[in-house]
Design a protein around this ligand. Structure first.
Ligand SMILES: Nc1ncnc2c1ncn2[C@@H]1O[C@H](COP(=O)(O)OP(=O)(O)OP(=O)(O)O)[C@@H](O)[C@H]1O
Length: 312
């Protein structure tokens, strides 16, 4: 479990992390999302004591990282800046870490197996591909068999096979009851593994939510219906929990609270012809962009490319 209370980091004038409050719980994957520069890496560095908070606190399993007798057994982290000796083999790198933390050799063999590094374990880490280097970083993070696993942008630059491997690994670690905290600036990627989402922008907490809830808040699932008689269709569809909008004079209606199937059946019952019946799920990417639009530091200036607006 990771708990942040009013966590703040200032670099001179710049507030990189601004009074963050959040809890990351065991047993599921929590996505840590935000545009570039939102403060994700800084927050993660503070979690493992690599940066000191300017104010507030963050604890792992109830204590600050530095207060744990065996921190590697509490939290395993893959952060962006890696410190792997390029001349050393993957095995030697892991052994060196294990040795300094009182971890048995058996565990080194286990993490090598778990991360699929067996065939390259004796090769120089400096000659590793990005994907192999990432696996080695994850092997190191898992060395202490930690209850909490934290990965900063783990799929950056990986090929589809590597992305899939990490996705499955994260799901498996959470299923074992671990706390899994993973950062990304891509909603589509996180939505595939995470249940819980912590979204930040310019250092501030923008949302502490679930994937489902975010979709619902963003307008849920809307059905677009086109008919020659929108006024009558409105009448027959009206009911509790049903919301219908549409511009005056337009053949198009936007309906929430009904499935395309029930709209089609009701229209048929009343002899109303439909020209179009399209389910339009609000994409998570759109919901995320809506939420973070004001927090993006650098907007492109290309005209004519716009994010599709939300359906009211
Ligand atoms: N050591 C530092 N000195 C000064 N400013 C810093 C330092 N580290 C980070 N920052 C600034 O703090 C802000 C947050 O940076 P951080 O790297 O935590 O964001 P991020 O969400 O991880 O972004 P990205 O997705 O690009 O990695 C940025 O504006 C960054 O420039």
């Amino acid at each position: 479990m990771i708990e942040a209370h009013q966590l703040t980091k200032r670099y001179g004038e710049k507030t990189a992390v601004d009074r963050l409050d959040f809890t990351v719980r065991p047993g599921s994957v929590t996505g840590f999302l935000g545009p570039n520069g939102a403060g994700k890496s800084t927050t993660m560095r503070m979690i493992v004591g690599l940066d000191a908070p300017s104010a507030g606190t963050v604890t792992v399993n109830g204590r600050r990282y530095a207060e744990h007798a065996s921190p590697l057994q509490e939290v395993g982290a893959l952060l962006e800046a890696k410190s792997i000796h390029p001349g050393r083999s993957a095995f030697d790198h892991l052994m060196a870490q294990a040795y300094t933390h009182g971890i048995p050799r058996r565990r080194v063999d286990e993490v090598i197996e778990l991360t699929g590094l067996r065939t390259v374990a004796k090769k120089r880490a400096g000659a590793f591909s990005l994907g192999m280097g990432q696996r080695l970083g994850i092997a190191a993070a898992l060395l202490g068999d930690p209850a909490t696993v934290m990965l900063d942008e783990p799929v950056n630059g990986l090929d589809p096979e590597g992305v899939l491997w990490i996705r499955n690994l994260l799901t498996a670690l959470a299923a074992e009851g671990r706390t899994v905290f993973v950062s990304s600036h891509l909603m589509s990627e996180v939505a595939l593994v995470a249940e819980h989402l912590i979204i930040v922008g310019r250092g501030r907490l923008l949302a502490d939510t679930t994937v489902q809830e975010l979709v619902r808040q963003a307008g849920g699932d809307t059905v677009k219906v086109a008919t020659a008689d929108p006024a009558r269709l409105r009448e027959v569809l009206a009911g509790p929990g049903v919301e219908i909008t549409g511009r005056a004079g337009s053949e198009e209606l936007q309906v929430t609270g009904l499935t395309p199937r029930s709209i089609g059946l009701t229209a048929a019952e009343h002899g109303i012809a439909l020209f179009e019946l399209t389910a339009r799920a609000v994409s998570l990417e759109e919901a995320f962009m809506d939420l973070t639009r004001d927090a993006v530091e650098y907007h492109g200036t290309t005209t004519g490319i716009e994010t599709p607006g939300r359906v009211a």
